[in-house]
Ligand binder design. Sequence first.
Ligand code: IPE
Ligand code: IPE
Ligand code: MG
Length: 244
Amino acid sequence: MNTSNAVPEHIAIVMDGNGRWAQARGQVRINGHRRGVEVVRQVTSLCAKAGVSFLTLFAFSSENWRRPQDEVTFLKKLLATSLEKEFDRLHKNNIRLNVIGDVTPFGPHLEKNIESAKQRTDGNTGLTLTIALNYGARWEISAAAKDIAMDCVSGKLKPEDISETLVNDRLTTVSIPDPDLFIRTGGEIRLSNFLLWQLAYTELFFTDTLWPDFDETVFNEALEAFNSRQRRFGQTGEQVGKKS
Ligand code: IPE
Ligand code: IPE
Ligand code: MG
C-alpha cells in the first residue's frame, strides 16, 4: 500500500446490478431501480464530502431501450421524476447539475426542466454531477465526427485542423476533465459503451457489489485501490516517481 491519499477529481460510475438485487429478493426488477435511486443520493453526498469535483453516473444507456417495454417505461418515468425531485436538493447542496445523452425521447417537459435546472445550478461551486441519460459513447463520437465533417464542408475547418483537443471539445463532456477513477458495480467486467474516449487513461475498479448495496465501505475500497495505483500515462515508473 502507498501512503497517498489523493482524492480523484472525477469519478465515473456504471451503476449496475439493480435488477439482480431485486430478483435475489424475489422482487420485481423495478424495485432494484427504486433502491438504486436512493443510493445515487448517498453516493453523491459521499463524493461531495470527500472533495470529489466531478461525478458522472450512467443512468440509462442508448442500448437499454432493448429491454422489455414495461421495464423501459418504468425506468423512463422513474428517472424523470427522480431527477425533477432532486433539483432543489442539489441546488441547496451547492451541486452543479449536468446531463449528457440524447434526452429527447424523455419528452419536452423533462428537457425543459433539465435545461432550467442546469442554468439554475450553473453558478454553484461544489460537485458537478453529470447524469448520463440515453447516453452511448459511439453515438457521442459519431455525432462529434458529423459535426466536424459539417464544419469542414462549410469551410469553417480544414481537415488538418482536426486534433485530439478539437475532437474532445465536440464531445458531450466538454469542460469536464477525463475521469480519474471508473467504478462498475454488479460484477461485469466491461464498459458497456460508456465514455469510451474519456476513459483512455482512467483507473478502472470493478466490484461484485450490486449497485443497491453500494455503500461507504465499497466507496472507500475503490478510493484505496485508486491510491494504490501508479498512473504512468506512458512514462516509466522512475519518471513519475515510484509509489510503493
Ligand atoms: C443497472 O441495473 C440499471 C440500468 C441499466 C438502468 P440493471 O437493471 O442492469 O441490473 P442487472 O444488471 O440486470 O442486475
Ligand atoms: C450499463 O448497464 C448501463 C447502465 C448502468 C445504465 P447494463 O446492465 O445495461 O450493461 P450490459 O448490457 O450488461 O453490458
Ligand atoms: Mg445490468
